[in-house]
Design a protein around this ligand. Structure first.
Ligand SMILES: Cc1cc2nc3c(=O)[nH]c(=O)nc-3n(C[C@H](O)[C@H](O)[C@H](O)COP(=O)(O)O)c2cc1C
Length: 170
């Protein structure tokens, strides 16, 4: 898929089909995160894939929308040390994972948490580690085709602030 079309058509999606994600597709998604750039190439991040059903159930209870985790095929917690740059870097890695997934027809949504420490405790993290976000991936319950519209059409229908409100020149 063209990169700009992938970016323009990517939406966060919460309704997943039960179909399994093949191992090679899952690997590409995770590699997209691993290969992402980071400040000074510190790579301060871990991607915790939550496979165990009981653990996933407990994790789901710590995010704002448990159904996003319970219904997902692949669940990944992004873990970093505290601090501003790891937070920024984790955002870069997450979006690369999302776009790599979308390129494979896999949709995704990030999950916020009311209490990061509670999520960290469920995952057995140490005190110097922070769960930045929990990611849900899966094939969409209703097929979605990025090629069905042009990049301009995808952008026009996105629920976003107007270009001139976001982009300034000084
Ligand atoms: C940091 C962050 C946390 C989010 N947390 C949640 C969440 O807990 N549950 C959820 O359903 N969506 C969550 N989202 C998804 C946003 O609601 C979504 O990005 C926004 O509504 C735009 O959606 P769209 O790309 O489909 O237009 C989160 C997004 C971000 C960036």
């Amino acid at each position: 898929m063209d990169t700009y079309l992938a970016i323009a058509s990517k939406r966060d999606w919460r309704n997943f089909a039960g179909r399994a994600i093949p191992a090679d597709v899952e690997r590409r998604i995770l590699e997209a995160g691993r290969v992402s750039s980071s400040a000074n190439n510190k790579q301060h991040r871990r991607f915790v894939v939550v496979d165990d059903p009981a653990l996933r159930e407990r994790l789901a209870q710590t995010v704002y929308a448990p159904a996003n985790v319970l219904g997902a095929t692949l669940v990944v917690a992004v873990v970093t040390p505290p601090g501003e740059m790891p937070a920024f870097d984790s955002g870069r890695a997450v979006e690369n994972m999302f776009l790599a997934a979308w390129n494979e027809g896999v949709v995704s949504v990030p999950n916020g948490m009311g209490d990061r420490d509670a999520t960290g405790a469920v995952l057995g993290l140490g005190e110097d580690e922070v769960v930045r976000i929990v990611l849900s991936f899966g094939y969409p319950a209703k097929p979605r085709d990025p090629e069905s519209r042009s990049t301009g059409e995808w952008i026009a229908e996105a629920n976003r602030e107007a270009f001139d409100q976001i982009v300034e020149r000084r």
